[in-house]
Design a protein around this ligand. Structure first.
Ligand code: COA
Ligand code: ZN
Length: 301
């Protein structure tokens, strides 16, 4: 079987991982975690989101986080944006990589960003136009519920592909297929990636799996077998969405890096340093996280 020799791990812990934590994490602790993650060899870290502070109070300090982290010019500090207002705030904070979010199911999109899919797509069209005039290098989009929706259950693959086609027409750089509540399985992953790659020519495709039903690693392997090279994970297995019942943690970054190391697939990430970050995340939130490698150590470490 052909597998990629190198993959790019996108760390989403500081955003996807923290957004669901009830107890407020002080800005300084978020900044320390991001700074430590920046020294592991990761190239892209999603650091926060510019959403309505009432929607996600935990990330209400997005601008402070952006201004306080040590910016390493070789890294991309991605931020999540739900609308134009979010993009404006992101730009003011100096962000150059934005990640727009919309869902493949209408009820989830409504619940998450208070818009229909058509309205989100129209907003995205305007955002790309705007971003191209400003200092935004990369525009990615997370398609939530791409593998199933907690409200509508099955989401037709054709729907996901249609949305992706529109996004590509508008000029997206990367499309991330997100399994928001862990409903994907490896065969389904292969089929959806196949359908996508038949029509998406320019944008890169990535994947983001929540491990709600313990299928995360198997799903990542299925994506690798289809030549996917962008994988989103959360340090320690943090993760969850306040708008999606059952959105448990993501696949732990250090668990996937350990597996890829063992398979001879390069990530450029230092596993020892990453494990320290996972333990730091655990200390910050004050409870045990699901990541396994931080508990038992690397396979050959
Ligand atoms: N950041 C801060 N404030 C925002 C904002 C943003 N990105 N977008 C809108 N607002 C403000 C508006 O300025 C307006 O303020 P005003 O009442 O003082 O005039 C108010 O919010 C309402 O604006 P509206 O455009 O009607 O927003 P909405 O109420 O329909 O909410 C979202 C839409 C997208 C802002 C909100 O649903 C949201 O933040 N969702 C994020 C969900 C999320 O983070 N999910 C997890 C990650 S996938
Ligand atoms: Zn997620």
């Amino acid at each position: 079987m052909e597998l990629p020799r190198e993959v790019s791990i996108v760390e989403t812990g500081p955003r996807d991982g923290l957004q669901n934590i009830q107890q407020y994490v002080e800005t300084g602790e978020k900044v320390n975690l991001i700074n430590a993650l920046s020294k592991t060899g990761l190239r892209v870290i999603e650091v926060t989101s510019f959403v309505h502070p009432k929607a996600v109070p935990q990330l209400r300090d997005a601008a402070q986080v952006m201004s306080q982290i040590q910016h390493d010019s070789t890294l991309s500090y991605r931020v999540l944006v739900p609308n134009m207002k979010g993009v404006e705030r992101a730009l003011e904070s100096g962000a150059s990589h934005i990640n727009f979010v919309l869902a493949a199911s209408n009820s989830f999109n409504k619940n998450n960003v208070n818009r229909s899919i058509a309205e989100s797509l129209e907003e995205f069209r305007r955002i790309v136009e705007f971003a191209h005039k400003k200092k935004i290098d990369t525009v990615s989009v997370s398609i939530s519920t791409a593998f199933g929706c907690p409200f509508e259950k099955r989401v037709p693959m054709q729907k996901v592909v249609e949305i992706a086609l529109q996004l590509e027409r508008f000029g997206v750089d990367q499309i991330i297929l997100c399994d928001t509540t862990g409903m994907a399985n490896p065969m389904y992953v292969r089929e959806l990636v196949q359908e996508m790659s038949e029509v998406i020519n320019r944008a890169q495709i990535g994947v983001h799996f929540h491990d709600t039903r313990s299928t995360g690693l198997a799903n990542i392997f299925a994506a690798l077998s289809m030549s996917i090279t962008i994988i989103e994970t959360c340090v320690g297995g943090l993760g969850g969405c306040p708008f999606a019942p059952g959105a448990n943690g993501n696949v732990a970054t250090e668990d996937i890096v350990n597996m890829l190391d063992d398979m001879g697939i390069k990530t450029g990430v230092n596993l020892g340093r990453l494990i320290k970050c996972a333990k730091m995340a655990q200390d910050i939130i004050g409870r045990e996280l699901p990541g396994q490698v931080m508990k038992v150590g690397p396979t050959y470490g």
